[in-house]
Design a binder for this molecule. Structure first.
Ligand code: PGA
Length: 218
């Protein structure tokens, strides 16, 4: 499987989100390889709308950018795995921006991964390197070196593969790279048999660029 994951972060208002999916839905999805899985991770307010809009699109699913470590209850403002289940199939957990701006600790992230799994949501667990522990049961790892995020300094394939070896993943785990992936460099990652996909921030905000990335391994 090749995962093409779009992480919009805290961008767009509803009209822009609607325009994005309307344009995206008109692309020729027969250009995608059979093993492609596109995962769009918009901000929470657009998730339910997006899950309806993508229902007829082959190879496309919705993910959240985070979820609560709490179960449902009196936690004002939280978005639980249970609220997301049925509309999001995946959840990004442990993005370096969550770790640094929201002080998310390894223990909190392990709880979040567990909550996701328990609700039938597949965690896409982000690590910055070998110092970030991978919670038990996680099957999708996104390696995102901080220096490569949003800087245009995408990491070369060789050092990504070296990191994969250091992380000591089991063969059933997907290994995804993220950090300044765009339509010009995505092919190098997606064509590599040791890399199972890309996590795209900035370049996913434009549907044309994101679809170019998704079709760049064909
Ligand atoms: P970027 O972000 O593609 O804008 O570098 C990647 C990410 O943070 O997931």
């Amino acid at each position: 499987m090749k995962y093409i994951i779009g992480n919009w972060k805290a961008n767009k208002q509803f009209d822009e989100a609607r325009a994005w999916i309307e344009q995206f839905g008109k692309f020729d999805f027969s250009k995608l390889t059979e093993d492609s899985q596109i995962i769009i991770c918009p901000p929470y307010p657009f998730i339910a709308y997006y899950s309806e809009k993508i229902a007829s699109l082959a190879h496309v699913s919705i993910g959240s950018q985070d979820l609560s470590r709490f179960d449902e209850g009196a936690y004002t403002g939280e978005i639980t795995a249970r609220s997301l289940s049925g509309i999001a199939k995946y959840a990004i957990i442990g993005h370096s921006e969550r770790r640094s701006y929201f002080n998310e600790s390894p223990d909190m992230l392990a709880e979040k991964a567990y909550k996701a799994k328990s609700a039938g949501i597949e965690p896409i667990f982000c690590v910055r390197g070998t110092d970030d522990p991978i919670p038990h049961g996680v099957k999708m790892i996104a390696y995102e070196p901080v220096a490569a995020i949003g800087t245009g300094q995408n990491e070369p394939v060789e050092s990504i593969i070296a990191m994969k070896q250091k992380l000591k993943l089991t063969p059933d785990m997907a290994f995804i790279y993220g950090g300044s992936v765009n339509e010009k460099n995505s092919n190098v990652y997606l064509a590599n048999p040791d890399i199972d996909g890309v996590l795209v921030g900035g370049a996913s905000l434009d549907p044309i660029r994101f679809f170019e990335i998704a079709t760049s391994c064909t």
